[in-house]
Design a protein around this ligand. Sequence first.
Ligand code: K1U
Ligand code: ZN
Length: 174
Amino acid sequence: MTDDLFNICIIPNPVLRERCAPVDKVDAAARRTMERMLRTMYDAPGIGLAASQVGILQRLMVVDLGRAAQATPLMMANPDLVWHDPAETFTYPEGCLSIPGHYADVTRPKRVRVRYIDENNQAQEIEADDLLSSCLQHEMDHLNGVLFIDHLSPLKRKMILKKVEKEQSREHLL
Ligand code: K1U
Ligand code: ZN
């Protein structure tokens, strides 16, 4: 049922630069929002989605790397990075559903621990490495109005923004 999906906001939508507010409690409404975000993410397709990407300024995000990497999809409220290993980094060609079609290497801490509230309003902690670690950090960045292009050199960021601008003006003419 595609009517049930959120629209994903694309740069330069200013909502993507907003900081999201903590949720008081994961109630039925927050759970429904995260379930709908998951359906939107699978449809896109993607491996993560933050609430600000669908215009909701609450600290909610979902992640699913598939069964090989994770037992079940993660629905996370108020995620908080409580530890990272400063000794090791991991570089991955990240994409973003809000910057479709553009990928660039981003280097982040390889191992992180994240505290969050799950879909049943229970406090949880997850330790992650490699792609799951990068994806959690990418989604937490979104909740603070930060995009993966902000981790690139000014030149690489400018090149991506220029290409997006060109693509959008071409789409506008069609
Ligand atoms: O938050 C987002 O914009 C989603 C983004 C998450 C992400 C990707 C890569 C590294 C870190 C975070 C995406 O899902 S982009 C699409 C993507 O990576 C993908 C799509 C289909 C299959 C597998 C991956
Ligand atoms: Zn993104």
